[in-house]
Write a new protein. Sequence first.
Length: 501
Amino acid sequence: MVDESNVRDVTSRVSTAPGGVPIAELLAICGPERVVTDHAALRTYESDGLLQYAVVPAAAVLPDSAEEVAAVVGACHRAGVPWVARGSGTGLSGGSLPIEGGVVISLSRMRAIVDIDLDNQRIVVEPGVTNAQISAAVGPTHFYPPDPSSQIICSIGGNVAENSGGVHCFKYGFTTNWVVGCEVVLPDGSAATLGGEHGELDRPGYDLLGAFVGSEGTLGVTTRITLRIAPAPEATRTVVAYFDTPEQAGQVVSDVVSAGVVPGAMEIMDQLAIEATEAATHAGNPIDAGALLIVELDGSESECAARFDEVVRFCEANGATGVRIAQSAEERLLIWKARKAAFAAMGRISPNFYVQDGVIPRTRLPQVLRRIEELGAEYGLRVANVFHAGDGNLHPLVLFDAAVPGQAEHAEELAGRIVEVCVEEGGSLTGEHGIGVDKKRYMPKMFSEADLEAFQRLRCAFDPEGRVNPGKVMPTPRLCGEVPGPYRQHPLEAAGVIERL
Ligand SMILES: Cc1cc2nc3c(=O)[nH]c(=O)nc-3n(C[C@H](O)[C@H](O)[C@H](O)COP(=O)(O)OP(=O)(O)OC[C@H]3O[C@@H](n4cnc5c(N)ncnc54)[C@H](O)[C@@H]3O)c2cc1C
């Protein structure tokens, strides 16, 4: 069921009066240039990449330093005002959707690269630095492997909060595998360091850094991040193979993994995705192919050479109708340009689309694709498919026309049915885009009441007053110290800060 209270309603959107927001204090901390209260200007922050949801906040602030972030959070804490951190606003699950009557803390001005230590393979950055700037800063000898397709704009602070992935995560792991330390501002405005600059592999004590990474901005705000970086591979070889069906491409992925080959990336796109990306990028992919598979090997020259022919043989053995091997760095970039443009390219074939993000065991791909096709037919909507195939991470893109009454809701419902199928098949509600507001109602499909209770206890340990990004991730408002019993309305619920589903 859609949570109606948050759904975009263009006709009735009104600015929320500042109310209890400590505007004078925020102005004293950041100055008038960096405190936004004008309704029209605040609309910049009303949504993230999940455009179906929009809330105009009471204020937005743009601090320049960790000290200013701490002062802003402290002021909100004393005033009892909820807040949400915002990086670049590219999130696809509503994670940085403002809280009604609350404050948006935008980290976009904190863009310093604080330190680069190539010898120890470390970089220290502020949270507003984009993902792509990190690899650029340490290249060409090194790179930062987690590479979301949004990497030229999304911030590393957002990546940490979402535990973001990307096409190279099958081999290299997700953001959590590359963060060694975070300086954070806790919900009461105090500062803490989680992990450390040196990133010992087994730090004594509880893994609070592990809890923070992927917590979707609900435990505090990170103001400085220390990351591992990797030496750039000596060689890279990239092949694209075309097939009649995505199942054939999926079988190649299984064969490659079973043979012990660990490619840097393995990505599948189906026919609709090829058609859309070709219109946007002219990468030279045949639009009548039923699917394409990109496999990229990286490592030493000898390792790439030894295993590349094997990968091509698996493609041919599974009925590839064509195989294209990148002959130059430019051709490799063009192949990746098509893949990384997949979401945005949907605009070429549909007025609107909804990005879903689920995970399945790799071997269940044929069954799940069949179910997605059946569901698309049942709802009368087209679904394009893009997968991080090595990880079993699916991105079904549900195409719809918001101008047709009811179709947006229909698309959202279909996307929900698809993610339920992922869970039924032994997978997960999300691979990399997070839960946010978008999928919190599905959490009980995957987690028991006891699991959710344990999550809530952790959240309360950081944020006992429930002011940091409330209404996200958890399916129902659970309040710190709440004892089981008959329903009683909480004051935050009465104030419209949290909602009961
Ligand atoms: C075209 C497109 C392609 C994408 N491709 C991928 C992909 O391949 N892989 C992938 O994983 N994601 C992808 N995404 C999703 C999105 O880019 C990621 O989730 C990204 O990490 C969000 O970063 P952001 O800076 O935009 O964060 P925002 O959207 O601003 O915020 C996301 C969450 O992070 C929190 N947050 C932000 N900064 C901080 C901070 N400093 N401290 C604490 N919490 C913070 C927010 O409160 C929010 O909960 C894609 C999005 C788009 C639009």
